[in-house]
Design a protein around this ligand. Structure first.
Ligand code: HGY
Ligand code: MN
Ligand code: MN
Length: 428
C-alpha cells in the first residue's frame, strides 16, 4: 500500500512549484492562456519534470506535450497507457483544473517506480494545449487538432481578443503552424487514456468519497450572438427612436436563464463585448457568448433553439438584427464502461484505507461513478481510444474561479488511484 505521508511530502513541493506560474496576485486566479508566457513557463516545467524522471519528451504538431516512460526491453512501437490533462486556464480560473492531472501523472509514475513496478508497455504523461478555449475560443483545441476534430486551416485562423491568430501565436513560441493537424500515428500509439481532474461540482462531497470515476460528459457548446443596432447619443436620442442592441442582448441573457431552468439544463453568458463600449453612447453592436449544456443532445438543441428564437423575436421589437454563430460544439460522451469499472476497482483498492469523513449517501459505493457537465480532453479522445476519467473531491464544488481547491489528502488519494490504474492497464 502506498504511504500517504510520503506521497503528501512529494505532492506539496511539486504543487507549490507550479502554483506560482501565471497566478494573478490580486485575484489569486490564473492567467494561463495557450502559447502565452505563463503557459510556456508551465511547458518548461513539464519538460524539466520529465527530464528529472528520464522520460522522453516529444511535442506533436499541435503543441501537445508527451513524456514517455519506456521500460527496458519494451518495444517502442508498443501502444502506451497515457495520462495527463492541460495547463491552460480560464481567465482568473482556479489552479487545479488541468494542472492537477499533470502533476498527479508525474507523481503516479514516481510511485510506480518506488513500488518497483515495471510496466509491460510505455506509460506516457501528456499535457494538451488550449483545453479551455480561453484564448482562441474553441475548447479542447489541441486534442481536437490531434484527432481531426477541427480543420487545421480553421484552427490556425482563430484569433484571440487582441487579434493574434493561433498560427501567429504558435510561430511566436517557436512552433511550426504548418505541422498542426491530425496525428493518426500518435493516436494509434495510445492503448488507453486516463485523465485525472478535480471534480467541478460537489457530487463527491455529498457522496463522501475522495475520488470518483466519470460515466459521461454532457453535450455542450458555445454560441456567439452578434446583435447590431444603431449607435447614437445616450442623452439626446429619444427612447422611441432607439435601436439598442444591448436590450436584445439583455433579453437573450434572461431568456437563456429562464429556458435552462425550464429544461433542467445549464446556460451561461459570462462574456460580452460592446462596441463602442462608451458610457454615453448607445452601442452599435453587442456580442455575447452563450455557454449551453444539457444532459442529452435533444434538450441542448431545444435550449439553444428557444434562446435564439426568443432573441430574434425581441430583435424585431428593438429594431436590431441578430446573428448566431456556433463556435464550439461537443456531443455527449459516454466513457468506456469496462474501463470505468476497472478504474473503480483499482481506485477502491488504492483508497480503501481513506476514512469516511461524513455520513455517506446510503448505498453509495466507495468510488462513485458520476456524470459531469464539464468538458475535457478525455471527452475528445474518448472518440478515438479507450478513455476514462478519475475525479478528485472538490470541497466547495467551485471551479473556473480562484476559490477552486482540493485538499492535499484527496489529491494524494487521486494519485494513489491513478498509480493503481496505470499499474493495472500497463501490467506485463
Ligand atoms: O468548460 C469546461 O467545461 C471545461 O472546464 N473546460
Ligand atoms: Mn479542465
Ligand atoms: Mn476548465
Amino acid at each position: 500500500m502506498i504511504d500517504q505521508d510520503r506521497l503528501l511530502d512529494r505532492f506539496r513541493p511539486l504543487w507549490a512549484e507550479l502554483a506560482e506560474i501565471g497566478r494573478d496576485p490580486d485575484t489569486g486566479g490564473y492567467l494561463r492562456y495557450a502559447w502565452s508566457a505563463a503557459e510556456l513557463a508551465c511547458r518548461r516545467w513539464f519538460v524539466d519534470q520529465a527530464a528529472r524522471r528520464d522520460l522522453t519528451v516529444s511535442v506533436d504538431g499541435n503543441g501537445n506535450l508527451w513524456a514517455r516512460w519506456l521500460p527496458d526491453g519494451v518495444d517502442p512501437a508498443t501502444a502506451a497507457v497515457v495520462t495527463g490533462s492541460h495547463f491552460d486556464s480560464v481567465p482568473h480560473g482556479g489552479g487545479y483544473d488541468g494542472p492537477l492531472g499533470v502533476v498527479s501523472a508525474f507523481l503516479a509514475v514516481d510511485e510506480l517506480r518506488d513500488q518497483g513496478f515495471v510496466p509491460g508497455r510505455p506509460i506516457t504523461v501528456a499535457a494538451f494545449v488550449e483545453e479551455e478555449g480561453s484564448r482562441f475560443g474553441v475548447a479542447c483545441l489541441g486534442s481536437r487538432l490531434l484527432t481531426g476534430g477541427i480543420a487545421p486551416r480553421r484552427a490556425l485562423a482563430l484569433r484571440d481578443r487582441s487579434g493574434v491568430s493561433l498560427a501567429e501565436a504558435m510561430a511566436a513560441a517557436g512552433a511550426d503552424p504548418a505541422a498542426a493537424g491530425p496525428d493518426p500515428q500518435r493516436l494509434a500509439g495510445i492503448k488507453a487514456f486516463v485523465e485525472l481532474h478535480i471534480e467541478q461540482g460537489r457530487a463527491l462531497v455529498d457522496l463522501d468519497a475522495p475520488v470518483g470515476v466519470a460515466s459521461m460528459i454532457w453535450p455542450h457548446g458555445r454560441w456567439r450572438l452578434e446583435v447590431s443596432g444603431e449607435g447614437n447619443h445616450a442623452g439626446t436620442t429619444r427612447m422611441a427612436d432607439r435601436r439598442d442592441p444591448m436590450l436584445t442582448c439583455a433579453y437573450a441573457v434572461l431568456a437563456a436563464d429562464a429556458e435552462a431552468r425550464r429544461l433542467g439544463a445549464h446556460a451561461t453568458v459570462g462574456r460580452i463585448e460592446v462596441r463602442p463600449n462608451a458610457t454615453n453612447a448607445i452601442p452599435v453592436q453587442v456580442r455575447s457568448w452563450l455557454d449551453a449544456r444539457a444532459a442529452d443532445a435533444a434538450t441542448l438543441a431545444e435550449l439553444v433553439e428557444a434562446v435564439v428564437s426568443r432573441a430574434h423575436a425581441r430583435s424585431v421589437a428593438d429594431g436590431t438584427t441578430v446573428t448566431v454563430v456556433a463556435e464550439s460544439a461537443s456531443p455527449p460522451v459516454e466513457f468506456d464502461p469496462g474501463l470505468a469499472r476497472r478504474l473503480v476497482d483499482a481506485a477502491s483498492t488504492a483508497t480503501s484505507d481513506v476514512p469516511a469523513t461524513t455520513s455517506a449517501v446510503p448505498g453509495s459505493t466507495p468510488v462513485p461513478v458520476l456524470p459531469t457537465a464539464a468538458g475535457h480532453d478525455a471527452g475528445i479522445l474518448a472518440g478515438h481510444v479507450p478513455t476514462a476519467m478519475i475525479f478528485v473531491r472538490n470541497p466547495s464544488g467551485v471551479s473556473h474561479a480562484p476559490a477552486e481547491a482540493a485538499t492535499d489528502a484527496d489529491c494524494v488519494a487521486g494519485i494513489r488511484s491513478l498509480a493503481a490504474v496505470l499499474a493495472e492497464l500497463a501490467a506485463r
